[in-house]
Ligand binder design. Structure first.
Ligand code: G3P
Length: 231
């Protein structure tokens, strides 16, 4: 079943799990992890979504009832772009949207703008990843659907953005909302438990983008059940 944006536009915060290129995050193992997310999202009526490998987009979108995002898309049009991830192909795969400019897949501002605009043309949601206030401000002027602020030095670590840099969450929310109140502000980096989540939400974040805490865990169900308590 392919899931539409409606599921996520219900005003409740969302947790997007980025499967990155972790060993546990692609193919059958990645699918099993997303299945757990699907079960939890239905059972507990919470918004969980996954950002998955381009290779898995079709399978996961067709067979899971959670929104599936691409991890990256190229802002290209049809043509001679060998190896590019075409926005139309991502739309065709059933994904609801894509991350843009993740810290591990950075783009120039020109590419970011092109990508956001191409995605808009196709109805793909964009989650623009930013590293700080300056890039969040610049990015907000490009009107993505969401901005996820993630201090790069905290990504993959054990100290969460909520603990190490709480002010970046509240300041980003304030700044972005002043520019375009329709943009949802998410945050991420080092988020591991319900306290990290609830702290972020209380600082104005409308969701969390996270990866290692769930994907690398030997007990992802337990971690997810804990995380959603913070929503
Ligand atoms: O895309 C989410 C990410 O960069 C944060 O990663 O492992 O710190 O949750 P992690």
């Amino acid at each position: 079943m392919r899931v539409s944006w409606d599921i996520m536009s219900n005003g409740s915060p969302i947790i997007i799990v980025n499967l990155k290129a972790y060993e546990q995050g692609y193919g059958a193992d990645g699918f099993d992890l997303c299945k757990i997310m699907e079960e939890i999202s239905i059972e507990h009526n919470v918004n969980l979504a996954a950002a998955v490998s381009a290779i898995d987009l079709v399978d996961f979108s067709d067979n899971l009832k959670i929104p599936i995002f691409a991890q990256h898309v190229d802002g290209v049009n049809y043509g001679s772009h060998t190896g590019s991830i075409l926005p139309e192909a991502v739309r065709y795969s059933g994904a609801v949207g894509t991350l843009v400019n993740h810290a591990e897949c950075q783009m120039s501002w020109e590419e970011i703008e092109k990508t956001i605009n191409r995605c808009k043309e196709l109805g793909l949601l964009t989650v623009l990843c930013t590293a700080d206030l300056e890039s969040s401000e610049k990015g907000a002027h490009l009107n993505p659907d969401m901005i996820a602020v993630e201090p790069p030095e905290l990504i993959g670590g054990d100290i969460s953005v909520s603990t190490a840099k709480p002010e970046i969450i509240s300041d980003t929310v304030e700044l972005v909302k002043k520019i375009n109140s329709d943009i949802s502000v998410l945050c991420g980096a080092g988020v591991k438990n319900q306290t990290d989540v609830s702290k972020a939400i209380s600082l104005g974040s409308e969701g969390i983008l996270l990866a290692s805490g769930v994907v690398k865990s030997s007990e992802p169900r337990k971690v997810l059940l804990d995380l959603i308590q913070g929503l």
